[in-house]
Ligand binder design. Sequence first.
Ligand code: TRP
Length: 442
Amino acid sequence: MMIMTNKQTSASQRFLTGITTTGTPHLGNFVGSIRPSVAASKGASAESFYFLADYHALIKCDEPARIQQSTLEIAASWLAAGLDPERVTFYRQSDIPEIPELTWLLTCVTAKGVLNRAHAYKASVDKNTAAGNDPDADVSAGLFMYPVLMGADILMFKAHHVPVGRDQIQHIEMARDMAQRFNHLYGEHFVLPQALIEESVALLPGLDGRKMSKSYDNTIPLFTPREQLKKLIAGIVTDSRTPGAPKDTEGSALFQIYQAFASAQETATLRKAFAEGIAWGDAKHMLFERIDREVAPMREHYQALIGNPAKIEASLLAGADKARQLATPFMRELRQAVGLRKLAAAPAAAAKSKAAKTSEPVFKQYREADGKFHFKLLDGQGQLLLQSHGFESPKEAGKAIALLQAQGEAALATLQQSLQPVPGVTAEAIAAALHLRTSAAP
Ligand code: TRP
């Protein structure tokens, strides 16, 4: 996991995040996700991918009309909030057929036991168990596989950073494990992603003071009409202090929501007003005016967009085109890597000498989670040929590599204890690669 503020993003780093298409965006989504994402996407060096996770929505929602409506509303909200589809890649998950295809490849390198421990699945199992039901009662295989689909979303586009809420950290860690496992088996294809938690973004309280969330039914829709916004704000819980009595800012949902929209100076003014005993009605009026000032121009844009779904559709399809320019060739590479290949092409081992001509075999050193230092030998195609056990120090690993480089296959016997067999790789293939390396060494 990584903690960053908007300004620290470094060059050529890729950011990617998905928004599940159930429900209507509310102020909490705006403050917690839409606003910081749109701001980040304007940074000169950021390369951003935002997508509507409608395959994920199917896991939670079996109402087709709601999925469609939510997809429209969320797309319109992001665009109205200033997301520029020319600068970022903004697309709909289900427009990328490579995503479910990659999901399968990842499914095959994901341990079932790991998925058993995923929070969302485990919560369902715990609930069922507590109620004396079958542990898997009402659990779809979709819910169980949720983390793998999400892994495909992330790994497909080689995202470095994935801005998410804390509840999603485990999923990013699982995606990282899938990438690691796949790379280990088939060569370096995936980037290992990191969760990005925006510390500076406060959780917005809802009407009842708990976290604003659809599941608590305490939300204020982002683009609700002005009159409705006023009404909803009037319903925010307060204590029973009368006008003139000083009010606490601490624990006040009204104050926290205000703070999420106001400048530091405006916030200081409201804080003073609280101390001086502002009437709740007046404070609510200030909050309403402040939010409406920020939201009104976007609301107008939103209404125009919602009224023209064909335009949004076209924009999403253009985004999918852009995304598939990366996904299609990458999927081709991955299919090749796992052995889903044209039969007319020679198998990897037989094609070795040909492959070697196009690109050099390489040694790669890396450190595993156990703290040990490993290396592997990859052929010019990135195919794994040789894999070491863990060494205590990088120096020891380096020594073994030097020996292989100096002596070629003759060193294999000496190093036998330090090497791990790679299934399906012949001694000839290793010898050929080592020979190529030794003759190429200066
Ligand atoms: N699971 C995420 C959520 O509920 C949505 C999501 C789907 C996502 N795929 C993703 C987020 C990939 C980040 C990256 O918030």
